[in-house]
Design a protein around this ligand. Sequence first.
Ligand code: HEC
Ligand code: HEC
Length: 131
Amino acid sequence: MRKILLMVAVAALAGFVMFAQDKGGKGGGGKAPKAPPKNLKIFTQDNWTTVGRPMMDVFVTSLGLADKGGCTYCHVGPGQFDDDSKPPKNVARMMLSMVNDINAKFPDGKTHVTCFTCHRGSTAPLTAPAN
Ligand code: HEC
Ligand code: HEC
């Protein structure tokens, strides 16, 4: 199970990095979103459906939010996903750009570090051995 989650996280983040580098591109060509996002600072309108929205599910699994409100750990609630008033949403933006910076330093251009690399299903990653 953990391995599958990690693979999903890696695949989604790899896609994110690729699209982030291709800002002029048209994105995936999937179905048009019902209501286009209004407040993106990291993802773009072009990569939202293919990369940004799937990444939301990766957040929930990587940080272990299933029993912590899921989407509402970061969002006020349905219909208000553009609202930035919950602090974890802004932390997540900072974490996304940090992860992109780290991966950009690897010489092979691959995605090595994801949310899961540190978080491992927790909102508070261990920074030292447990004992
Ligand atoms: C760990 C925090 C976090 C979790 C959990 C999370 N999101 Fe997000 N979400 C964000 C961030 C950060 C953005 C803004 C991304 C950007 O600036 O490009 C965002 C943006 C969005 C947007 C676009 C809003 C707009 O109009 O700009 C939608 C829709 C959305 N999230 C849906 C969801 C759904 C559905 C879930 C649950 C499956 C979810 N999110 C879980 C952090 C989170
Ligand atoms: C290099 C390790 C590392 C990576 C990678 C990482 N994080 Fe974090 N994250 C941390 C640490 C450490 C903290 C706790 C910071 C603190 O104690 O203030 C944290 C805290 C957070 C919080 C605040 C949790 C709370 O207390 O409410 C959110 C939200 C978060 N990270 C989201 C993400 C997301 C989303 C990703 C992937 C895009 C990510 N993180 C990737 C290390 C990481």
